[in-house]
Design a protein around this ligand. Structure first.
Ligand code: FE2
Length: 373
């Protein structure tokens, strides 16, 4: 409930106080642009019906009063009256210091127990609260695991279909991760793979990856996941200038593993929002191309920072390690969480995973709808 409203700067802004003591200022032009009335926003789909050009630049608040806890405003020169519920205003405060809304990530290291971010395949596929809780792990940690799934080829598509859509690429709707004789990608060998994000040579990158285990009797071949945001924050804390090197210059990534493909992207290894919050990490030793967007005088410092980030990624204190059993799978936010594996023997036992890509927008949309239910 609102307690008071006071016009500021001749009605160009307003200061509101809530009964719990909170206060916030709003600009008249912001309130007018975000008016909730049916001439401004479609009641059917919530989309805005006007452009900013339809609002006079000299817009100010001529009158404001509280009515049953809501704010009633009359804008000049339009003479337009609009009502704003108190809880809507409280949910859209921008008058504050510090970062905005991006910070939903909870950073983690080797102390993350994957079992605490694990769902049962059948329960999660059934939807409802189990799906909601499992998707919430992905939003918070950039990682979640599933157990108890079927061991049939293509089962990984059901994981994606539970929340969104597969991102098809040159690797197909899904791809096989097992030892091949003439592999088009080092993933299809028994070599260990340093923790990495997938496909940094795409722009946009696939923002989710699912890896699903069908066979895993080979010695080794354990999965590792590393919180890339935590790695980047460690770098920022110990070497801010090194962090700025990686965030402030584009790296280059490419992939031409088979003759009909030539993928290239120029993006920083660490990407931040204008307020400095992390938005993405790209890290992949196999597909980093010659970097030419760093000036000569900065290249030594850039390489030192790149090396240090790799050391942090390789630090055993950073990685959560687990061995997938047949019918188990995990999903990572590929803009944040790096995945890798320990090497395995190509002879004796077998290791067969299937992988596919999907995108976070659909996952987060499904999660919000489930949370609102
Ligand atoms: Fe990978």
């Amino acid at each position: 409930m609102l307690a008071s409203a006071e016009l500021l700067e001749d009605g160009q802004a307003i200061r509101l106080a809530w009964r719990d003591g909170a206060e916030a200022r709003f600009h008249a032009i912001w309130l007018r642009d975000n008016a909730l009335d049916p001439e401004t926003r479609s009641p059917a789909n919530g989309q805005r019906l006007i452009t900013l050009g339809d609002i006079p630049p000299e817009t100010r608040i001529a009158k404001a009063r509280l009515d049953d806890g809501a704010l009633q405003v009359t804008f000049a020169p339009e003479g337009k009256a609009v009502s704003y519920p108190a809880d809507w205003l409280a949910g859209h405060v921008y008058d504050r210091a510090g970062p905005g809304r991006l910070a939903e990530a909870e950073l983690w290291d080797c102390s993350l127990d994957p079992e605490t971010a694990t769902g049962d395949f059948a329960e999660v596929m059934a939807g409802g609260a189990a799906l909601r809780d499992w998707l919430a792990h992905v939003r918070r940690l950039g990682f979640a695991k599933l157990t108890g799934g079927p061991t049939e080829s293509g089962a990984l598509l059901r994981v994606v279909e539970a929340f969104g859509y597969v991102r098809e690429t040159n690797y197909g709707r899904w791809f096989e991760v097992r030892t091949e004789v003439n592999p088009s990608n080092l993933a299809y060998t028994g070599l260990g793979l340093q923790a990495h994000t997938d496909n940094p040579y795409r722009d946009p990158v696939p923002t989710l990856q699912v890896l699903y285990c069908l066979e895993n009797s080979a010695e080794g071949g354990e999965s590792q996941v590393v919180d890339g945001f935590n790695a980047a924050e460690r770098l920022r804390a110990e070497d801010p200038a090194g962090f700025d090197m990686l965030a402030g210059h584009c790296a280059q990534f490419d992939y031409c593993g088979s003759g009909d493909v030539s993928l290239q992207a120029r993006r920083p290894m660490i990407e931040t929002a204008p307020d400095g919050q992390l938005t993405a990490v790209r890290f992949n030793n196999r597909s980093t191309a010659p970097i030419t967007d760093v000036p000569y005088e900065h290249m030594s410092a850039y390489y030192a920072a790149y090396r240090r980030l790799g050391q942090i990624v390789d630090d055993p204190a950073m990685a959560a390690t687990f061995k997938l059993e047949p019918g188990e799978s995990f999903i990572v936010d590929n803009t944040r969480v790096l995945h890798g594996r320990t090497g395995y023997a190509a002879s004796g036992g077998s290791r067969w995973l299937q992988g596919c890509y999907a995108d976070k927008d659909g996952l987060l949309s499904t999660l919000r709808v489930l949370e609102a239910a």
